[in-house]
Ligand binder design. Structure first.
Ligand SMILES: O=C(O)c1cc(=O)[nH]c(=O)n1[C@@H]1O[C@H](COP(=O)(O)O)[C@@H](O)[C@H]1O
Length: 253
């Protein structure tokens, strides 16, 4: 399966890192405003729960027709048969990447990959890689401890463990914060592509994120894809913000 790399920044030493802008908006009209404002400066968009719930899979087809690659971030977590069917439907509409929760286990991840392959074959729009979400960047050790009923959590150890489930299940990569990226990269190398959210330009507001990183630091840690949300879409000048991201990546050493 060949994964797309549109709008790729080819850093001198690093493998290419692809920025993906998150369309965390209420409807197609708002999404359209961002896509037309960014124009050629962004070739890859994320459709998350809010926009997908509002517009359904037509939003994926619309982005594809506009020449963009699409990451559908639904963070699926269900029995393998249900996830297989959902992945089949998403891939048929031309998504290039789809998320499931890594904690769903290797059988569920494998089923997602099978469904995505079936859907991509009928849709004829290219392959759809399955990414396993490890631990959300909005959670710190205290929040994870509360959710999991544990006093102490080794966040990096848990992320590497969950990444192992994704590797066993044949996933294309994982979603993790930049803080764990280097440990995952050291363990799995190129076998797992790393998609890093919680990206902030130097000095930017972290908002509700707990584990943030600059584009360059994430690239240095081994990122393959970066998710850019409010750092770009909330900027007074989103095109200039994209330019800063690109410049930062080009300087990655
Ligand atoms: O799967 C994701 O994309 C994701 C995983 C994660 O652990 N943390 C995380 O923030 N995200 C997404 O990345 C984006 C972050 O948005 P900003 O905080 O505005 O940069 C949102 O679309 C989140 O849904």
């Amino acid at each position: 399966m060949t994964l797309p790399s549109s709008a790729t920044v080819d850093a001198t030493v690093h493998p290419p890192v692809t920025p993906i802008v998150a369309l965390d908006v209420a409807d197609r009209r708002a999404a359209q405003a961002i896509v037309s404002r960014l124009g050629g400066s962004c070739g890859f968009y994320k459709v998350g729960l809010e926009l997908f719930a509002a517009e359904g899979p037509d939003i994926v087809s619309w982005l594809r027709d506009a020449g963009k690659s699409v990451f559908v971030d639904l963070k699926l977590h269900d029995i393998p048969n249900t996830v297989r069917g959902a992945a089949r439907s998403v891939a048929r509409h031309g998504a290039s990447l789809l998320t499931v929760h890594a904690s769903g286990g290797s059988a569920m991840i494998r089923a997602a990959g099978e469904g995505a392959e079936e859907g991509a074959a009928t849709g004829a729009l290219g392959g759809c890689g399955i990414l396993g979400v490890t631990i959300l960047t909005s959670m710190d050790a205290a929040a994870i401890g509360e959710a999991w009923g544990r006093e102490r959590v080794d966040v990096t150890g848990e992320v590497v463990r969950l990444a192992g489930l994704v590797a066993t299940g044949g996933g294309a990569g994982i979603v993790c914060s930049g803080h764990e990226a280097a440990a995952v990269h050291a363990t799995f190398g190129a076998a797992l592509g790393l998609l890093i959210p919680g990206i902030r330009l130097p000095g930017g507001d972290a908002h509700d994120q707990r584990r943030v990183m600059t584009p360059r630091a994430a690239a240095d840690a081994g990122a393959r894809w970066l998710i850019l949300g409010r750092a770009v879409t909330g900027a007074a000048d989103p095109v200039a913000a994209m330019g800063q991201v690109t410049a930062s990546l080009a300087g990655a050493v």
